[in-house]
Design a protein around this ligand. Structure first.
Ligand code: 6R9
Length: 656
């Protein structure tokens, strides 16, 4: 029984779950031949040169003044990258492309109502400058934090770049979060400026975002100096602006044609702060530095996602999540490519919306999350199958483990059967991709993220910090600094050190908080957050393992397993559309767990629910499901994307 997941220390999956056998898949030769990275020598270069090898990443950027040192590691764990160098992130994403491609599309935007807007690099330059000038007029100075509370409209990346241009760090808050969550993040970031909008569409309905912002304003400790309001809804929603509130369009019009000299920022200066998803605890304010972050993001955009200027690239993540920052805005724009920005939902007006957009735009690289792929699978292959997706040459996934079943579906129905898939592991804190295959170099293994990238010293270790044997579960740690790493936490140095770092005999170790195994080839399989372990019936179960067994049952799309206070196992399960959960399915789930893990793992309760509670990045909030199972008061659920499901789940638990 041990090797099958009980005990949480041994949870290598089986063929129905995460990380099946060694079915390595080679990248197609045609892809390899033209890939940005197609030489295995890059690994050796990083190995022999050490941190200096990261010059390659810095070389992808324009520097105002060159750096003196690649890495200053004199005061661990406070590492500084590219010290002495100065640069501006907005100039790197916009200005430097003007010579070569001012009339190339930078952003193609698709709105919820079928609207379209396109921005060339020249358009982007004009509007970023106008807004930057306007923000300055409102009093925004270098190092003032500006909070952005906007849906997926072009004004969001434009505002990020305008802030970066004047050296004002941004603090993006996912638009779907509550007034309370916004207030907490404004206070925690000491932010006195806000950019929001009148509202946005949710399906057919105009939804009032401004009233949420107003509500937040009543709750904050300090006060806001100025608020800028984008008019997203036009006549559909009229908002009255107070004395310190300004229309975005009026500001941009008034400053149209202005130029603002990009502020030369130190490489170590703050580019932005981002509050983490908070699936397990209170959100933390992660700080990213300008130089290291942008260099690492640019390098991985090219070498892992293989993005080039002539691509049309689509990262479907919300900009309110780190993935949208790094690979929806900074990475593609620093690379000078054309990027798709989509405001709507994937199933509106129909369930083929994503495939329709890929076909229409001849998207060549598509990057999304397993949670989205699970929805696509749930809706059925007929939707992608009815579109010409032959423009796609590379697919990516991020955010959670992808099961081999979903990996194969993605490749078959979206990737034309042969597109390489990069399964990218990283975190808000790592800033950029840290583990993944280089798609033109290494074979892929469905369900495994792959080896650490060149220059990333990731290790899977036991409690004593010793490397575990292949297949044995351990803790994923990173043993040397990397350029995209957080420079600190808003909550201070002490919290930063305590939260992430361990001092070992031979140096400092960054703790990712994830459990993992590694195979003979050095490919890593992520088992989930180490906190996601339940202790019932004198056993430690890895919830991710139990969930992958449940999801293997026909008709099941998602599952979350928690323990209640009476020592019982509760499984929350969603089913594919058209599949009515019944007694037979309950029986199947119980049988599968008994067969694969042991009788001891049979759930005491199976609660069928239409949806699971998720954060903006699609991660299931297990802690809330545990509170519901226990009848406890809820902890901080401000990071929840779909709070409306909470009531439904509670009544399913009570009546089920
Ligand atoms: C980018 C992002 C970070 C946590 C991370 C891990 C999980 C991310 C993954 C993955 C398995 C992958 N995670 N990528 N798990 N395979 N390819 O997701 O950042 O929102 O901070 O979450 O997400 O558990 O520790 P963030």
């Amino acid at each position: 029984m041990d090797d099958a997941g009980v005990d949480g220390r041994r949870s290598v999956g089986r063929d129905d779950g995460i990380a099946s056998g060694d079915d390595a898949v080679d990248p197609p030769a045609a892809f390899r031949d033209r890939a940005v990275a197609n030489d295995v020598g890059v690994y050796e270069a990083f190995e022999t040169e050490g941190p200096d090898a990261w010059r390659r990443a810095a070389d992808l950027l324009d520097w105002v003044s060159d750096y003196d040192r690649v890495l200053d590691d004199g005061d661990p764990p406070f590492y500084e990258w590219f010290t002495g160098g100065t640069l501006n992130a907005a100039a790197n994403c916009v200005d430097r492309h003007l010579d070569e491609r001012r009339n190339q599309l930078a952003i193609r935007w698709f709105g919820k109502r079928g609207e379209r807007r396109s921005y060339t690099y020249l358009d982007l330059h004009r509007e970023v400058n106008a807004l930057a000038a306007g923000l300055r007029d409102l009093g925004v100075e270098e190092d003032d934090v500006v909070t952005l509370y906007l849906p997926m409209v072009p004004e969001l990346p434009i505002a990020m770049l305008a802030c970066a241009r004047i050296g004002a760090p941004h603090n993006v808050v996912f638009a779907g979060l509550s007034a309370e969550a916004l207030a907490t993040r404004i206070d925690a970031a000491d932010s006195e400026y806000l950019i929001t909008c009148d509202g946005y569409y949710r399906r057919e309905d105009a939804f009032n975002q401004k009233s949420k912002a107003d509500n937040a304003r009543l709750r904050i400790d300090g006060d806001l100096d100025a608020t800028v309001v984008v008019d997203r809804l036009g006549d559909a929603l009229d908002v009255t602006l107070g004395g310190d509130e300004h229309g975005y369009e009026a500001i941009v019009d008034a400053h149209d044609g202005a130029t603002v000299e990009p502020v030369a920022r130190n490489a170590t200066d703050l580019l932005f702060v981002m509050y983490t998803s908070g699936t397990t605890g209170r959100p933390k304010g992660v700080e990213h530095a300008t130089g290291g972050y942008l260099a690492h993001v640019a390098w991985t955009t090219r070498n892992v996602l293989d993005v080039r200027p002539d691509d049309t690239y689509w990262c479907a993540a919300d900009i309110g999540w780190i993935t949208g920052h790094s690979y929806g805005v900074y990475g593609p724009l620093a690379t000078g490519t054309t990027t798709v920005l989509y405001e709507g939902s994937p199933d509106y007006p129909d369930r083929d919306r994503v495939w329709d957009l890929i076909e229409r735009n001849a998207v060549s690289i598509f990057y999304t999350s397993p949670t989205a792929i699970r929805s696509f699978m749930k809706w059925g292959a007929e939707y992608p199958d009815s579109h010409d997706l032959s423009s796609l040459r590379l697919l990516g996934t991020v955010g959670e483990s992808i099961t081999p079943k979903a990996w194969r579906w993605y490749r078959e129905h979206v990737g034309g059967g042969d597109a390489p898939i990069v399964d990218t592991w990283w975190q808000t804190e790592t800033g950029a991709i840290a583990l993944a295959t280089l798609p033109g170099v290494s074979p892929m293994k469905p369900g495994k993220v792959g080896p650490p990238l060149p220059g990333i010293d990731a290790r899977v270790v036991d409690e004593d910090g010793e490397p575990v044997d292949p297949g044995e579960p351990g803790f994923l740690t990173i043993a040397s600094p990397w350029p995209g790493m957080l420079r600190g936490l808003r909550e201070g140095d002490e919290r930063y050190r305590r939260e992430y770092w361990l001092e070992a005999e031979d140096g400092w170790r960054y703790r990712t908080g994830d459990g993992a195994t590694v195979d003979e080839d050095g490919y890593v399989t992520i088992l989930g957050r180490v906190d996601d372990v339940i202790n019932v019936r004198a056993h430690r179960f890895n919830t991710g393992k139990l969930e992958s067994v449940i999801v293997g049952a026909d008709g099941v799309t998602e599952a979350a397993v928690v323990g209640d206070d009476g020592g019982k196992i509760v499984a929350y399960v969603t089913t594919r559309s058209g599949i009515e959960p019944d007694a037979a399915l309950r029986e199947t789930i119980g049988e599968r767990l008994a067969a694969s893990v042991g009788d001891v793992a049979r759930p005491d309760r199976i609660v069928f629910t239409p949806e699971l509670p998720k954060t903006r990045s699609g991660k299931i909030m297990r802690r809330l499901l545990e509170d519901i199972a226990r009848g406890d008061e809820f902890g901080d659920i401000s990071a929840l994307r779909n709070p409306e499901v909470v009531g439904e789940i509670e009544s399913a638990v009570r009546n089920g």
